[in-house]
Ligand binder design. Sequence first.
Ligand SMILES: [Zn+2]
Length: 658
Amino acid sequence: MFGDIDFMQKSKDIGFKISNMDLHIDPFDDFYNYACGTWIKRSKIPKDSPIISSFYELRDNTYKKLKLILLSCIKEPSKFKNGKLLADFYQSYIDMKTRDRLKFSPIKYIIERIDALKGKDELPKLIAFLMLNAVNTFIRFDPSPDEKNSSVYALHIHQGGLSLPEKSYYIEDLLKKVRLSLRENIIRMFRLYGFSIAEAQRAADTVIRIETKIAMISRSKGELRDVLKNYNKMSTDEFRKRFAYLHLDELLNDIVPKLPDYLIVGQPEFLSGLGKIIEEENIDDIKLYLKWHVLRSTANLLHEKAANTLFLFFGRQLTGQKKMKPMWYRATNFIINTIGNALSELYVEKYFDKSAEAKAVKLVNNVRKAFRKRLSRVSWMSQSTKNKALEKFDAMSVKIGYPAEFKDYSSIKSSKNDLLGNYVKAYQFELKRTMNRVGKRVDKKEWYMEAFTVNAYYNASMNEIVLPAGIFQPPFFDPNLDDAINYGGIGGIIGHELTHGFDDQGSKYDKYGNLREWWETDDRQKFNEKAKDIENLYSSLEVLPGINVNGKLTLGENIADLGGIHIAYDALHYALKGKNPRIDGFTEEQRFFIAWAQIWKEKSTAKAKELMAKIDPHSPARFRGLIPVITHSDFERVFKEKSKLAAPKFRYSDVNLW
Ligand SMILES: [Zn+2]
């Protein structure tokens, strides 16, 4: 009961509010805290989260709705589509009594298979077996549209094999404490599994040694953004010759129905380097490495002690989260990550407000109109490139709400007391579904996010933006509030996604979603210079003492934020039709910028900040709320009456990319 009251108060608190602002602060001095300072002072990071933010609060509300759906499925499974499947998955997760009784026995068959490995020749077959059992080790397969022939699915192969979030964690001095803490965690896990102290220590040292070698041949997160460098098409024959140690036919035999004619290798130098590492390492050490990855991938689904042990490092140490989420939340999260589409289908039926859709469509159209106008007026670009850019823009499609079709999960035979079995079956379902389509025509109707997800994306291969139902909620979208709030919220998000089609990577794809240079050389040169200014601006921002924003890693997102807010601001003026009324003492133009900053209100632990600075392609929320606003060409004029100071110096109009 208490929980329900809390839920009601929270949902009211999520939307745009003047009372979130700190009016003691001068907008020209610190706009972010001017717009959300009181919220930040008032908010506490929950013990079971590394963060509190608009996204967090909305997601929390969504999970509570999803839980109600799942509880209904348990009560009357036959009443709902996939009702038994959802109920079984949920019940098997929360049944800690069974999980505690089984301890490590659900993964016994996997560990035995590793123990049975006799020679390195058999390794590819074992890698495939592990993959079929939801354990990814050295490499990762990705059956997705061929970047240079976007109407056909191709099999991509990428670097993998690390426990830590990124290459730099194995190399930088600053992160040594994290490596030591991982070592502790591996020891703890193997001890729990039944190893002696000496055996567990040896296992941990072995895993870290092998992973450090893998890290040395891996590309960093920043380097991985380069889509052209990740595209290395190779015939199956050539792959067999270049990477003989992977025995391609055996590796893929149980995974794809038919060997494809070609593969796209993301990082060829990684595969070469991996061959050397496997050659150098002895087979017993490789087995220890593989066993750790089995434990790491499954501990959350085993007994409580195993799950808690994993959390000590991957939750507490890496993100600063103090305690685990409650059981119902973790169970819901498990379902989202396995059979989430079944949940989407029921969510849409119960919660999606169709009447809001018409308002959303109008908003999207205004933002599109504004972008087209900006694009046609860009002064630094030649007419011929601009014409092609406009063609690409006109060809860009928009998906709103939820997919026309949901996945058919009827082939999964679930059980309410076999959690790991359910997990592996769901994993195999997805693996089979995606692997079977290699070489076939791309399904343009597919969605890569669930309907309830509080997010949106641009898909370069399909040249489309996708806006799930989940993002059409306050503070992003509120049909009861004025235009400024909606244009500063969801309008900015839509502008952001549209701009991705023209950011440093998205702009390399043509209107059909094919990776192909369609720009005049001169224009590309000018674009790169402008992008460099943006990179430098963000690289100068400090996240924590000694850690700055990685301007290269976040470049695409920063371009999208800067473009997005300009486009949404223009679109707001279409809606205002020359008026600029005051509400609660602020003009619509002022409320627009405040609303944008408020969607990025956030408070997080220092550990989470450090982690995100290393791996997140987005800048920290406080800079997302701040920089696009204070660099906006109209910012000074709009807020002059509220300030006693001089306006901030950097102007986006000096760059004016989009
Ligand atoms: Zn983005």
